[in-house]
Design a protein around this ligand. Structure first.
Ligand code: 5GP
Ligand code: ZN
Length: 115
């Protein structure tokens, strides 16, 4: 996926404010933050969405969850955070490369969904 936006960020071809990096995943600040802390965690390999994820992606998807708290605390969301993965058009996914939002700060994020 040469032209995928988040693949390009993962390869360092498009600048992003990187906050975490390991051999499987990286994390960077969302360009339009919805909360004081708003980070995106992505797999370095291209996975279009959770609808395309397979058994082979278990380790990388697990890593995204396991590093989330460390990233949230490092960024100043010390009392917890919300993690969100939007999938497909029903889920409101805009960038077609799996990403987990970590949103938080010092104030509660609020109700899970707008009604
Ligand atoms: P989605 O709606 O697909 O779950 O979320 C996509 C997110 O990617 C949005 O929150 C949007 O602000 C963020 N985003 C889109 N383009 C860029 C970009 O070029 N750089 C960064 N850092 N974030 C982006
Ligand atoms: Zn990609």
């Amino acid at each position: 996926m040469q032209d995928c936006l988040f693949c390009r960020i993962g390869r360092g071809e498009i600048p992003a404010s990187k906050v975490y990096d390991d051999e499987l995943v990286m994390a960077f600040k969302d360009i339009q933050p919805q909360r004081p802390v708003h980070i995106l965690v992505i797999p370095k390999k291209h996975i279009t969405s959770l609808a395309e994820a397979t058994e082979a992606d278990t380790e990388v998807l697990g890593r995204m969850l396991v590093v989330a708290n460390r990233i949230a605390v490092d960024q100043g969301s010390t009392g917890g955070f919300r993690s969100i993965i939007n999938t497909g058009h029903i889920g409101g996914q805009e960038v077609m490369h799996v990403h987990m939002h970590i949103v938080g700060g010092q104030e509660p994020v609020g109700p899970m969904l707008k009604r």
